[in-house]
Design a protein around this ligand. Sequence first.
Ligand SMILES: C[S@@+](CC[C@H](N)C(=O)[O-])C[C@H]1O[C@@H](n2cnc3c(N)ncnc32)[C@H](O)[C@@H]1O
Length: 207
Amino acid sequence: MDKQPNDSFFIIEGFKLKIPTEVYKPSDDTYLLIDNLHVKKGEKVLEMGCGCGIVTLIAAKKAGKVVAVDLNPYAVQTTKENVKLNGLEGKVEVRIGNLFQPLNSNEKFDLIIFNPPYLPTSKGDKVGGWLEKAWDGGPNGRKIIDRFIDEVEKFLNKKGRILMVQSTLSNVEKTIQRLTEKRFKVKILGRKNFSFETLICFEALKI
Ligand SMILES: C[S@@+](CC[C@H](N)C(=O)[O-])C[C@H]1O[C@@H](n2cnc3c(N)ncnc32)[C@H](O)[C@@H]1O
């Protein structure tokens, strides 16, 4: 793999990772998700918004198959390269697209993972570029989260589950309420407190 001037290389959780500046660098939310990620042997997993691919790589250790999706072309390319770098090509498929658009309507998963863009962002906050897609949750932080909740059920196997992380800045109660209305049982798995927000990791089980 060629090293580009803007690439940085990291070892995270034992995986070698190339992370260019246009791609989200694993952060507190990523690590909270990873700490609560439990994949059963052979499961079929979808990671929505894969970024550099670290969560996908960890999931792929046990999963039968992982499909990783991102709308940022740099994230898709980076995940593909990182999958190859760590020898997991046989288990991971990386696709480009907006949320569930790159999936066939009959594709189903045991586990769907998402660390979504969740920061409330007004017009004045916008800086543009692909990296902004990693945190831009629209005016109330829920632009992508609500679209995800609208569609996610169709892509889950019976008794499938969702693993998600979100900030209190974008109304976690509303997410839990919406999932509960859709007959998911939501369980909080972990929290990380900061001065201006708390990050919450939760699982939603289809009942
Ligand atoms: C907070 S980052 C998380 C990256 C990585 N999963 C992690 O935990 O480090 C959110 C990711 O979602 C992607 N994303 C944002 N909106 C999306 C959409 N509508 N469809 C697919 N991916 C999206 C972003 O490009 C970004 O890579």
